[in-house]
Structures are given as structure tokens and as C-alpha cells.
Design a protein around this ligand. Structure first.
Ligand code: HEC
Length: 324
């Protein structure tokens, strides 16, 4: 009997032991779930905290690095944050970072944005979130368009325009002529650099380095035309417009002054009318050019592409650029 009793007791104890284990397991699971919940909650609130914190860092970093040029809903030196948020949504963080570290040139009315390589990736991410959050529901004041569509100015040709041109000094100008001809005249070396064919409908062509869309069809030497007279580089004195065509004025050593009027003739050829004063010796001009045009002179003698002019010939002569 006692053994049977013992068996039952043992069974009971086994059952209770199993129950206890189950209970313990239940308990552990509950504790685990609670723990998971705590981790999850903690994580979530931690996340919320860090997002809020990130936004604050973003706002501060924006104030430090960007606010001088970018305001929330108005265009300033640079576009508004509303425009930036539209152009660089959540999914475009990488493009956003890329632009800030190495900005391009887009809006012809604005300066080029300086590269912001010193701002860390983490700060840029926070600035980006701040840009998105601070502009939510906002529109740009003064219209949503960042800048109006380009309308070709009704300017009679030719005209002179300042710009940055590839392979020319920053002090170069373009002379925009008929038949889609543009001439780059560099005021540093005081001569034509090159001539290219352009479409006047996009003035962007004239801004920013490397914006020439077409390879120039005419290029000239790098040294000044009147180099034989002087070792010094010429001193640019300005230009005036004669019938809308520019006449450039520069000075060389020894009191020589040169004026070059660059104009397009009716037949399309480009004429360069030179007037020089103070020349007392024979001069030589290198007529070598590269491309599809040839340079000829209306006076003097030419040998091996070198033009020789007496002082009186040099006081007034014309070089013409013509198709070969
Ligand atoms: C010195 C002024 C200046 C500062 C400082 C400056 N920007 Fe700009 N930013 C500009 C200008 C100007 C443009 C417009 C350039 C253009 O369109 O050619 C621009 C354009 C942008 C654009 C738009 C690019 C596009 O695709 O049109 C973004 C994005 C931008 N800036 C982000 C920033 C951020 C982020 C900072 C700070 C880390 C910053 N900028 C600091 C002047 C500045």
C-alpha cells in the first residue's frame, strides 16, 4: 500500500514538478517578453530620442554651415530649403551629400555654391532630416518656381557678354555674333582665344567652367599677337563699342598702344581692325591658327605664316578670319 501511496505521491510530485517547470517556463517567457518589450520600448524611445537629438544637431549644423545662404522658404544667396527638400527627398540623401561636398552649377543667376567638404557625413544626414522636417507643408514664398524659364533676351547682335570660358582666363569675354558664332577674347593675353558655334537660346552655355557645348572650330596661339615687341604681357585698358562691336584697347612696353576692333562682316567673315601707335620698328605677327579658319592680312609680307609689317603698315591693318 505504502508503495502504491508512494507511487501516487511520486506521480503527484512528478506532475507538480512538471507543472512547476511549465510554470517556471511560463514565468521565464513572461519575463523574456517583458524584457523584449522593455528592449523594444527602450529602443523605440531611444530611437525617438536620437531622432530628436539628430534633428537638433541638424538644425545647429544647418545654422553653422548653410544658413548664411539658405533660408527656409525664400530664395536667398542659394535656393530655399523648400526647394532643396523637393529636389532631395528622403530617398536622395546620397545625392544631397554628393552635391554639398562637390556642388555643381545650376542656376545662372546664382553664384556657385562653395564645396562643404568639412561638414561630416553624420552632420549632413542630420541637416538633411532637418531640411525635410522643417519644410513639411511649407511652400516657397513668391511662387513655387525656383527661377523663371529662360527667355532669350531681345538683344541685337553682336553683343559682348562676360563669363567663365574653358581654356581662357577668368577675365575673358564672348562676342556673340550672327550665324551662331561666338568669339572668346581673353583680356589677359589680349587676343582672341577661340571661336565656337553656339545656340543663343541657352545662355547657360556661357556660364561656369566647361560649359562650352561645342568644341571650338577655331583656336589661336597662347602668346599675344604683338609679342615680338615686348617680353612683358600686355596691359588691358578696356574696350568700347563701335556699332555694337567691341574695340579692345591694350598697352605694351615702350609706349605701344594697340586697338583691335573685332567684327563680323556681312559675309560672315571675322575682321580684326588694328590701329597701333608708338611702333618704331618692323614687327612680326604669327598667323598660325588651329582649326577650320585661316588668318590673312590686308598688308605686309607673309613668309612661313609670319607676317612682317613696317611701322607705318602696323599703324593700321586688318586681319581676316575666313574659312579655308
Ligand atoms: C556661400 C553660400 C552657400 C553656402 C554657405 C551653402 N550653399 Fe548651398 N547653395 C548655394 C548656392 C548659390 C546654390 C545654387 C547653386 C546653383 O544653382 O548653381 C546652392 C545650392 C544648394 C543645393 C541645391 C542643389 C541643386 O540640385 O539645385 C543644395 C542641396 C545645397 N545648396 C545645400 C547646402 C548645404 C547642405 C549647405 C550647408 C552644409 C549649403 N548648401 C551651404 C550657396 C551656398
Amino acid at each position: 500500500m505504502s508503495s502504491g501511496k508512494g507511487l501516487i505521491q511520486r506521480r503527484e510530485s512528478v506532475v507538480s514538478c512538471m507543472e512547476k517547470t511549465q510554470l517556471r517556463m511560463k514565468h521565464t517567457y513572461g519575463r523574456l517578453r517583458a524584457l523584449v518589450r522593455i528592449i523594444l520600448l527602450g529602443g523605440a524611445s531611444g530611437l525617438a530620442l536620437s531622432t530628436a537629438f539628430g534633428e537638433e544637431i541638424g538644425e545647429r549644423a544647418y545654422q553653422t554651415h548653410c544658413m548664411a545662404c539658405h533660408l527656409v522658404d525664400v530664395r536667398a544667396v542659394g535656393p530655399s530649403l523648400v526647394y532643396i527638400a523637393q529636389t532631395y527627398p528622403e530617398s536622395s540623401l546620397d545625392e544631397f551629400k554628393k552635391w554639398v561636398k562637390n556642388p555643381g552649377k545650376k542656376d545662372p543667376r546664382m553664384i556657385q555654391m562653395p564645396a562643404m567638404g568639412h561638414v561630416s557625413d553624420a552632420d549632413l544626414k542630420d541637416i538633411h532630416s532637418f531640411v525635410l522636417n522643417s519644410t513639411r507643408g511649407k511652400t516657397e514664398k513668391g511662387g513655387s518656381k525656383r527661377f523663371p524659364d529662360f527667355v532669350e533676351p531681345k538683344r541685337p547682335l553682336p553683343y559682348v557678354v562676360r563669363g567663365f570660358f574653358p581654356d581662357a582666363s577668368p577675365a575673358s569675354v564672348a562676342i556673340v555674333m550672327k550665324n551662331k558664332v561666338s568669339v572668346c577674347w581673353d583680356t589677359e593675353i589680349c587676343r582672341i582665344r577661340y571661336i565656337w558655334s553656339n545656340s543663343r537660346t541657352n545662355l547657360n552655355n556661357y556660364f561656369g567652367p566647361n560649359k562650352l557645348q561645342v568644341e571650338p572650330y577655331h583656336k589661336e596661339l597662347r602668346e599675344p599677337l604683338f609679342l615680338t615687341l615686348s617680353e612683358e604681357s600686355p596691359e588691358f585698358l578696356g574696350y568700347r563699342l563701335v556699332d555694337r562691336s567691341p574695340e579692345f584697347h591694350y598697352k605694351l612696353d615702350g609706349g605701344v598702344e594697340v586697338r583691335e576692333l573685332v567684327k563680323q562682316a556681312e559675309n560672315g567673315e571675322i575682321q580684326r581692325h588694328f590701329t597701333a601707335s608708338g611702333i618704331t620698328e618692323e614687327i612680326k605677327i604669327n598667323l598660325s591658327v588651329e582649326g577650320k579658319l585661316v588668318m590673312t592680312s590686308d598688308s605686309g609680307r607673309v613668309q612661313d605664316n609670319w607676317l612682317t609689317l613696317t611701322p607705318s603698315e602696323a599703324s593700321q591693318f586688318t586681319l581676316t578670319l575666313n574659312a579655308k
